[in-house]
Design a protein around this ligand. Structure first.
Ligand SMILES: *Cc1c(COP(=O)(O)O)cnc(C)c1O
Length: 453
């Protein structure tokens, strides 16, 4: 059979509240044209993020009941550790409440003024935690990553020659760690090849530097390796994931993505001395080392989530869903980052609304348009998010797909809405910020719509 179906049945449903275009226009105005300020029950399809928005399986819910809430040495922790040891090969596992808690602990230990940390591309919270420690975060993606429509099978790769030149210039003693984000979220959820991880590891070895993965979407990355990298089509995804982790000296993970849970994170560290220091710091702010800011039931759900995420029927369906939505937009002539990555479609708003200049936020105009036309909530990744101090390199609108939540007819609806908005794109209007904080303004900024073009 050629049709890839959702590899699950639905046992428990959540109603979607339908709204009319008139109601949505009113709701959007009340939210000052910022979808972060819209109540979730007024959203028909929520594509704001794929983080913490997964549907859990029957086995995960069963685990919730089995959760051992002992303060120390919880059975749920030992089960989680066993699953992760098998999946990653790491013996030293620390649970945290989410990815950024792992980042905060790691960079408090190895960051600090004068230090510089290169990556294929740092995620916002990773960069923020590095900078909070006083260190500097540097992105070294391959040049192909900067061109939305340029197709490359591993567009998330790091520029290895640039990394070597960077280490020579900055000197290894100022670089506490080299990082690779898999998949590369900042560059569009694009995968990193095993060949690239190996090459980066070889450079790290030469300069005696540790390599850490930001492994939030390690399973989606492993699926791309299996389907795109020569020599891996017969290798089980779990074995590929294990090979990825075998090249790393540590990893920070948000379990809210490929952990298939609503809350949770992990910090993996090979070096026993650094691990010991991380334990001490974790106890200071997250809790005891066998629960790390989570309930026993959360650990149990996480253990089961990490088992399920490497199932190939699941990953085949997952990646195909993203590709399916992307194909429909491309066929209609809408510019997106190509090829689609693992967790989201990124619409190129500069070609969607070329009549709106960056200072009038074309991405935000498309976000508002999608909400008005169909009740779809998306996220601007452009001048609103970057500013006011930095300049956006691209004006993007992200449609992030929560895991196991929506079905094919939902994606048909999303595609139809995008195409209808595309046909009426000349009606889109720019926006002006009327009130915003200095940092992370996209969460709370209030906008005003400008006059018709
Ligand atoms: C989500 C994410 C994080 C941060 O994780 P949280 O659980 O949101 O704190 C870090 N890196 C990447 C690549 C992410 O996608």
């Amino acid at each position: 059979m050629r049709t890839i179906i959702e590899p699950f049945r639905i046992k428990s449903v959540e109603p979607i509240r339908m709204t009319t275009p008139q109601q949505r226009d009113q709701i959007l105005r009340e939210a000052r044209f910022n979808p972060f300020l819209i109540h979730a029950h007024n959203v028909i399809i929520d594509l704001l993020t794929d983080s913490g928005a997964s549907a859990m399986s029957a086995d995960q819910w069963a685990g919730i009941m089995r959760g051992d809430e002992s303060y120390a040495g919880s059975e749920s922790f030992w089960r989680l550790q066993e699953v992760l040891k098998d999946l990653t090969g790491f013996d030293n596992v620390l649970p945290t409440h989410q990815g950024r808690a792992s980042e905060r602990i790691l960079f408090e230990l190895i960051g600090g003024p004068g230090k510089v940390i290169p990556s294929n591309a740092h995620f916002d919270t990773t960069r923020a935690n590095i900078e909070h420690s006083g260190a500097q975060a540097v992105n070294l993606p391959i040049p192909e990553a900067a061109t939305p429509r340029l197709r490359h099978p591993f567009k998330g790769n790091m520029d290895v020659a640039a990394l070597e030149a960077f280490i020579e210039r900055v000197r290894p003693e100022n670089i506490p760690v080299v990082m690779l984000t898999v998949t590369n979220n900042t560059c569009g959820g694009q995968p990193v090849s095993l060949e690239n991880i190996r090459q980066v590891k070889a450079v790290c070895r030469r300069y005696n530097l540790p390599l850490f993965l930001d492994a939030c979407r390690f399973a989606e990355n492993a699926w791309f390796i299996r389907t795109r990298e020569p020599g891996y089509s017969q290798t089980p995804v779990k074995a590929i994931a294990r090979e990825m982790f075998s090249l790393a000296d540590g990893a920070t993970i948000s379990a809210k993505k490929d952990g298939l849970v609503n809350i949770g994170g992990l910090l993996l560290i090979r070096d026993p001395h650094l691990f010991k220091r991380a334990c001490d710091l974790l106890i200071l702010t997250e809790g005891y080392v066998t629960y790390g800011g989570l309930a026993g039931r959360d650990l149990e759900a996480m253990a089961q989530g990490f088992r399920e995420v490497v199932e190939e029927d699941y990953l085949g369906y997952r990646i195909r869903s993203v590709e399916y939505l992307g194909q429909k937009l491309v066929e209609a002539g809408i510019g997106i980052i190509e090829p689609p990555g693992g967790h989201a479609i990124y619409i190129d708003a500069s070609t969607f609304a070329p009549h709106i200049p960056p200072e009038q936020f074309p991405g935000q105009a498309v976000v508002c348009g999608l909400y008005r036309i169909a009740g779809i909530r998306s996220c601007e990744i452009g001048s609103v998010m970057a500013g006011p101090r930095a300049k956006a390199s691209m004006e993007l609108v992200r449609l992030a797909l929560p895991r196991r939540v929506y079905t094919q007819s939902h994606f048909d609806y999303v595609a139809e809405a995008c195409v209808e908005l595309w046909q009426r794109r000349s009606e889109l209007r720019g926006l002006r910020i009327v009130d915003a904080p200095e940092v992370l303004r996209h969460f709370t900024a209030a906008f005003e719509e400008l006059g018709a073009p």
